[in-house]
Every structure is written in structure tokens, then in C-alpha cells.
Write a protein that binds this ligand. Structure first.
Ligand code: LMR
Length: 329
């Protein structure tokens, strides 16, 4: 990486610097990191840029990471294929987007399986959670770590206080069978859609609502085109920071070891900071005039009762042991 450019990027943009193609030197292995989120305060944006900054400093002259946020290189529908084709080397897709490769990741999507982010982190550090990092080795995917994003909340073009308020509404979901079943269990209709299309779909009324973290609801401005957001806390959003086996195998052993060490450090740091980032973006929504509906314990119990029966459909595909390990975290 050219030192002058790196210096300017670091000084002017700080931890949220984005690294463009022009920054890499010709002798360096160029590593493209593509993701779909945006803004400057999003946990994934910060973690991706921290990773690039660490590699570009510590492996200077050997490797150079370019970060492409906001679906600018690849969006949801093409990124996993692009990784296998070698058109990109690093991704951090939501765990809900791997349905074509493994059903086991459905465990992360089961509504109310994790009490909070800490429980989800404990699961990812357990033997069962760590084992899932290698779940798609046969496809050629390598999991480097889990990056937490936050718990999810529903928003819609009308206030959602009781689950019956969502009856008949169309909700954008990720391409997850569990998410689809969960929305149907609420008496609503799921509409799978790429992340980059959600704002437009909410604005034009193609869908009535969506479910996401505070950081996505704030940085994508979803709250501006919705009546309000309801603090349902119903599901986890987390990412698989990943590469391909082909790329990893192509690296010299010393570079590979340092690359993996940096990935571990950045993952640890990202998960330490995630709750603070989510709280910050929740407050940003309120500061910008967004409305948040806080549920009473009785109201929240009704949401649990309406969505949790969806678990039954996935017990066989995911496996009872895995579900019990996650639920007990
Ligand atoms: C979504 O599609 O809602 C999320 O997966 C986007 C993201 O990567 O946070």
C-alpha cells in the first residue's frame, strides 16, 4: 500500500476509512472485501475497515485490502458465487443468507433462541458454534469468525404493538426459510429481497415493513419511511467473516498466519464494541425523529408465542442438539 495515500486516508477518515483500488502497490496481493452495509457507525463497516487498516499496515508490501461497502462491488445475490469464482476474496454476509449451502445456519435465525448478543457470542465460542465455521468447507468456503451485528426489531408503516397488528402485512426478509416461516406464523407475508432494494421497497409500498438491527435501520434510513420501529428483540443478526479455501491456500504460510491472526483480533474487538454501536445508532434514530415502540413484558410474550412455534418446522434439518446448545447459551 502506498504510504502517503495510507497516511492521508488514516488522518482524514480515521477508523472508518474506506480503502480504494488506487491505494495498492503493484507487488502486493490485492484482497477485495465486499459487503452490503453503509454509513460510518455500522459495526460491519467499522470491523471491515479495521481489518483493512491492520492488514495494510502490518502486511505492507505483501498484501493490500480494498473495502467495497454498500453493495458497490457485489450485492446479496452474487457475492457468494463471486467468492467461489475468485472475483472477491473476503465477505461478511448475514448468517441468514446461506440457505443454498447449509440448513444448519438456520439455528441462528430461530426467533427468540438467544436472549441477547452475549448469549449469541457464547454460542459462537462453544464447540458447536466453532464447528459451524467449517460447515461449508466442502463448498470451498472458510469461516474466519463471527461478527455480531445486533438483535432485530420490526418496523412497519403502522405501529406494531401486538403481533396481530402485523396480520396481512408484507415484510421484507432475507433469503432464510426460518425467517419466512416466522413471518407466516405471525399471519403476515414474507417477501425475500436483497438488502440494497429495501429502502426503495419500503418507500414505494412494495412491502409494508422489515426487520433489522438499530444500525441498519439508522444507516439505511429505514426509519424515515416507516411509521415506527418496535423493540421486539426477536432474532439475531450476525455475519460470517469469510474467505475461500482457494484464496487461503494460495498464500505463503507466514502471510496466511498473520492474516488469520489479524482476522481473530478484529473479530474479538468488533464483538466487544457491538452493543455500544447498536445503542449509539438506536439513539441516532431517536435524535433524527424516529419513533420506537417499547413493549411491556406482556406484549412481548405475545410476540414470543406467535413466532416461536415456527421452530418445530426446522428441528430435523438443524438438529436438536445444535438447537439445545444455542438455546442454552
Ligand atoms: C439484511 O439483508 O437485512 C442484512 O443482512 C444486511 C447486513 O448485512 O447487515
Amino acid at each position: 500500500m502506498k504510504k502517503l495515500v495510507h497516511f492521508i486516508a488514516a488522518v482524514t477518515l480515521g477508523a472508518t476509512a474506506s480503502y480504494s483500488a488506487a491505494n495498492c502497490d503493484s507487488g502486493e496481493t490485492v484482497v477485495k472485501l465486499s459487503h452490503v452495509t453503509g454509513g460510518t457507525t455500522h459495526p460491519k463497516v467499522v470491523a471491515a475497515n479495521n481489518f483493512a487498516e491492520r492488514v495494510n499496515t502490518e502486511l505492507n508490501g505483501k498484501m493490500c485490502v480494498e473495502v467495497y461497502p454498500n453493495s458497490t462491488l457485489f450485492g446479496d445475490s452474487k457475492e457468494l458465487e463471486a467468492l467461489l469464482l475468485g472475483d472477491v476474496q473476503l465477505l461478511a454476509p448475514s448468517l441468514s443468507k446461506f440457505g443454498s449451502y447449509t440448513e444448519k445456519f438456520g439455528v441462528f435465525d430461530l426467533p427468540f433462541i438467544f436472549r441477547d448478543i452475549d448469549a449469541a457470542i457464547r454460542f459462537t465460542q462453544s464447540n458447536e458454534g466453532k464447528g459451524l465455521l467449517n460447515e461449508m468447507e466442502n463448498v470451498g468456503f472458510v469461516g474466519l469468525g463471527y461478527w455480531m451485528s445486533g438483535m432485530k426489531y420490526f418496523s412497519a408503516n403502522k405501529p406494531l404493538i401486538e403481533p396481530t397488528d402485523s396480520a396481512g402485512l408484507k415484510f421484507r426478509v432475507q433469503t432464510s426459510d426460518v425467517a419466512k416461516a416466522m413471518i407466516k406464523a405471525m399471519g403476515a407475508s414474507p417477501q425475500p429481497m436483497a438488502f440494497a432494494e429495501v429502502y426503495g421497497a419500503l418507500q414505494t409500498g412494495v412491502v409494508d415493513g422489515q426487520e433489522n438491527t438499530w444500525s441498519n435501520i439508522y444507516t439505511q434510513k429505514f426509519f424515515e419511511v416507516q411509521d415506527s420501529v418496535t423493540e421486539t428483540n426477536h432474532q439475531l443478526l450476525a455475519y460470517l467473516f469469510m474467505t475461500s479455501k482457494e484464496f487461503l491456500d494460495s498464500l505463503d504460510a507466514d502471510v496466511r498466519n498473520q492474516f488469520i491472526e489479524i482476522a481473530n483480533d478484529v473479530t474479538l474487538q468488533a464483538n466487544l464494541e457491538v452493543k455500544e454501536k447498536e445503542a449509539y445508532n438506536r439513539q441516532n434514530i431517536l435524535n433524527a425523529g424516529g419513533v420506537i415502540n417499547v413493549l411491556t413484558p406482556e406484549q412481548r410474550t405475545k410476540w414470543v408465542d406467535s413466532m416461536k412455534p415456527a421452530w418445530g418446522q426446522f428441528e430435523k434439518a438443524i438438529g436438536k442438539d445444535l438447537i439445545n446448545a444455542a438455546a442454552g447459551s
